[in-house]
Design a protein around this ligand. Structure first.
Ligand SMILES: Cc1ncc(COP(=O)(O)O)c(C=O)c1O
Length: 395
């Protein structure tokens, strides 16, 4: 049967923006293409040998338990490990009953959308923001509001104004090394933002998949620390261990976690039991901090090469962020050059990136683009930035 007209499909599905990133990644499968488009962790730092050993140990020790249905909330020792880390890193008293394991933090977004967003509800997003969150929340047909992301985070005065004017149910932000800009909220801003939010009934959705990939020793606590009852904090092992395992988590009040667990049960019963056991075995056997330190050092070196190459080869009227962690830098081109047009020229040089327009709710800034620095080695990054710089200079 051919399903037409469009009205056969749910209204909610028709509102979801398609991902230009995914379209571009199809091109990236050509081995000659140098891709700065994806948000892929570098597979050189996946703990392949270690996980291989862990698979054996998990099956030997846990047997068929790992192949059985399991609790919706997730494997308790793994939830305890996560709770302990929040205590160790930030002095947060977190109970494992406040943690729900999810299929990556992307599922965290979906469950939050299911629990909180009715059609027409307002949801405040950073400008620009993570495309995957825009896609996910669009399913629930909210009205999006935007707040400009500045160097040190969103402006608390502006935030207060927008919260009062629009009364959003949720404010979604990515305070550490944001996708797409690489920016990090300062400690001061986090405290100010918590204070502003505490005077409202808006819930903060704090998405933090990149926090562990910091290039400095400065440890800034999550906003959650200053607003625990009103914050839903999302975390993930995708950037620190492997995205293919699909293990992330939600930290929130016990009441919210109980309700989110019902949403999850209706959605997929539980996340893959084997992945959770495997990951826990890895965390138990190896030193997680040492493992993450290797990734941090490697990405920092790759960031350095990208930023130094941009400084050397791009014309001075191009501006860019200098991320203190994560995987992305955000570039603003001179007014006469649109990123999509530049991409067409770059493709001829076998270089790809993501034009920034996909990351906006409204009125996209067409001169912006996102460059990923975690996945291409240093020499190729340098060569590609040199070519890209030439294309911009001679535009
Ligand atoms: C800001 C942000 N949130 C969430 C995700 C989803 O990550 P995962 O579901 O693999 O944990 C990503 C992935 O790139 C991201 O950049």
């Amino acid at each position: 049967m051919k399903i037409e007209p469009l009205s056969y499909y749910s209204k909610r599905s028709q509102n979801v923006p398609t991902s230009f990133v995914r379209e571009i990644l199809k091109v990236a499968s050509d081995p000659e293409i140098i891709s700065f488009a994806g948000g892929l962790p570098n597979p050189a730092y996946f703990p392949l040998i270690e996980l291989q050993k862990c698979v054996q140990q998990v099956f030997e020790k846990q047997g068929t338990k790992t192949l059985q249905y399991a609790a919706t909330e997730g494997f308790l020792p793994l939830r305890e490990f996560i709770a302990e880390r929040y205590k160790g890193l930030y002095g947060l008293e977190v109970s494992p009953s406040q943690i729900l394991l999810t299929n990556g933090s992307q599922q965290g977004l979906d469950l939050v959308g299911k629990l909180f967003i009715d059609p027409g509800d307002r949801v405040l997003m950073e400008r620009p923001t993570y495309l995957g969150a825009l896609q996910c929340f669009s399913m629930f047909q909210p009205v999006f509001e935007e707040i400009t992301l500045e160097e040190e985070g969103v402006d608390p005065v502006e935030l207060s104004k927008i919260l009062v004017q629009t009364q959003p149910k949720l404010f979604y932000c990515i305070p550490n090394f944001q996708n797409p800009t690489g920016l990090q909220y300062s400690h001061k801003r986090r405290q100010e933002i918590a204070k502003v939010l505490s005077a409202t009934s808006s819930i903060l959705v704090e998405d933090d998949p990149y926090g562990a990939i910091s290039f400095s020793e400065e440890l800034i606590p999550p906003i959650y620390k200053y607003l625990p009852q009103q914050t839903i904090l999302l975390g993930s092992f995708s950037k620190t261990v492997s995205p293919g395992l699909r293990v992330g988590w939600i930290l929130a009040s016990e009441e919210i976690i109980r309700r989110l667990a019902v949403m999850k049960q209706a959605s997929d019963l539980h996340s893959a039991n084997l992945s959770q056991h495997l990951l826990f075995q890895f965390l138990k056997t190896y030193n997680f901090d040492n493992h993450v330190a290797k990734i941090r050092a490697a990405y920092k070196a790759q960031r350095d090469v990208m930023i130094e190459s941009i400084a050397a080869f791009f014309p001075p009227d191009v501006s860019y962020t200098k991320p203190k962690g994560g995987m992305f830098t955000w570039v603003s081109l001179p007014e006469k050059i649109q990123a999509r047009a530049l991409l067409e020229r770059a493709l001829k040089e076998k270089i790809i990136f993501v034009p920034g327009d996909s990351f906006y709710v409204t009125q996209p800034d067409l001169q912006t683009l996102r460059l990923n620095f975690s996945n291409v080695d240093r020499e190729r990054t340098r060569q590609a930035m040199k070519k890209l710089g030439k294309l911009i200079l001679n535009y």
